[in-house]
Write a protein that binds this ligand. Structure first.
Ligand code: ATP
Ligand code: MG
Length: 389
């Protein structure tokens, strides 16, 4: 190995900023960009840590290259409808309206008809402008302000500069107020020249919005894109190629071991690979990342996250805890099966209810015939009694 001066060839945690850390997803990328350029709405759904934001940024980069005006907001930190309105306004100002920021008068003119007047700050050094709601507006109609902001987008559209806006962590809108997403359903018809991309995790919340014909705010609003795990063969190739770029190597078996330990969750695959690479750099005499480096990496990764896992576990009812451990430790095919019921010591009804609760929290899922814990690292933690203190 070339030693510790070589940067770690893997990346985890935040969205990937550089294409070298990004693999696969070619089809999804094409779907996203073509929709964004052609004024079509998209709903992108995936569990946490599958790579939504990374994919969205890559799509936005392509859209920019092709002359599109686009931007992204995340509702993750919003707690009120007013904050949603503010975040959207800032996102529009920074993203699709970005090219106007150097033209102060024109920039301000665009916001003139908003029902709550925003305040502008112009930076004489850069010529750039920023915008916010400054004074308190206790009785403002913030849903109306959201409508105003999205309407601004439609006016920005030009033939050679199609407008789009990505709203990441959209499920948060439903958590703030269950009917807040309805504002967007009503809006999409008003802004035919804009592509809105609604992205979200928390599958059950997104599913309610997307699939419920009667009450779903995103029902029939756009093309649904469900992000799956990255296929094992693609990820294995990626892991091995990156090991090479990092001055070492990785056998196919070792790469598969990483993928399996992570249950294929993209973030966790890269996290384990990152740590295994670190382990391997402790032994410069070795020419590869070995399976024992991977075992050590998994142990360390589980250890790092044990507080989070403990909190998740503590928040569950006893029957849910029992079922989660059972799924992690044994082969469970039927939740209401005799064997499962006997192991859990609860009624059929209680077991089914517990399973539904765990599914809603994205903790377990049915994978073919078997029930599995979604996170491979959580599964490892549940299997190890010493970790569960
Ligand atoms: N296409 C990809 N190829 C390889 N690794 C990826 C890819 N997409 C995501 N990852 C891995 O997943 C990690 C998380 O990515 P990202 O933040 O985009 O996911 P997310 O679904 O938006 O997560 P969150 O639910 O936390 O917002 C990245 O740091 C990277 O390790
Ligand atoms: Mg994200």
């Amino acid at each position: 190995m070339t030693g510790q001066l070589t940067p770690n060839p893997y990346h985890f945690g935040s969205r990937v900023k550089s294409a070298v850390y990004f693999t696969d997803r070619a089809k999804e990328l094409t779907t996203l960009t073509s929709h964004m350029i052609n004024h079509q709405n998209v709903i992108l759904v995936a569990p946490r840590r599958y790579g939504k934001t990374s994919l969205l940024y890559r799509a936005m980069a392509t859209v920019h290259q092709q002359g599109g005006r686009t931007g992204r907001v995340s509702l993750m930190k919003c707690s009120t409808t007013q904050e949603v309105a503010e975040v959207l306004m800032r996102g529009v100002a920074r993203g699709p309206m970005g090219p106007l920021r150097g033209h102060a008068t024109e920039f301000a003119r665009r916001f003139r008809n908003m029902r709550v007047a925003p305040e502008f700050t112009f930076d004489p050094a850069t010529g750039g402008a920023s915008v916010k709601f400054s004074v308190p507006h206790p009785n403002a109609n913030w849903r109306g302000v959201i409508e105003d902001v999205v309407h601004l987008l439609n006016d920005l559209n030009e033939d050679r500069h199609p407008v789009s806006l990505v709203i990441d962590e959209f499920q948060k809108a439903k958590e703030i107020e269950p009917d807040l997403p309805d504002v967007f359903k009503d809006l999409v018809d008003d802004v035919p020249d804009v592509s809105l991309v609604f992205a979200g995790s928390k599958r059950h919340l997104m599913d309610q919005m997307v699939n419920d014909r009667a009450h779903g705010a995103l029902y029939n609003v756009g093309t649904k894109l469900y992000l799956q795990k990255i296929a094992e063969t693609d990820f294995v190739d990626y892991l091995r190629a990156r090991a090479g770029g990092g001055g070492t190597s990785m056998s196919e078996d070792t790469a598969r071991r990483i993928y399996a330990a992570a249950s294929g969750i993209p973030n966790d695959v890269q996290l384990i690979a990152f740590r295994a690479y670190q382990e391997a750099t402790q032994h410069p005499e070795r020419a590869e990342i070995s399976s024992s480096d991977v075992d050590e990496a998994v142990r360390a990764a589980v250890g790092d996250q044990s507080d989070d896992f403990q909190n998740t576990f503590d928040a569950l009812a006893p029957s849910q805890q029992l079922l989660l451990k059972l799924v992690a430790r044994e082969e469970v095919t039927e939740i209401a099966g005799k064997q499962t019921i006997a192991s859990l010591g609860v009624s059929n009804h209680a077991a089914t209810k517990a399973a539904r609760a765990l599914e809603t929290r994205d903790l377990i899922a049915r994978d073919g015939k078997l029930w599995t814990v979604n996170s491979g690292l959580l599964r490892e933690w549940l299997r190890d009694d010493d970790q569960m203190m």
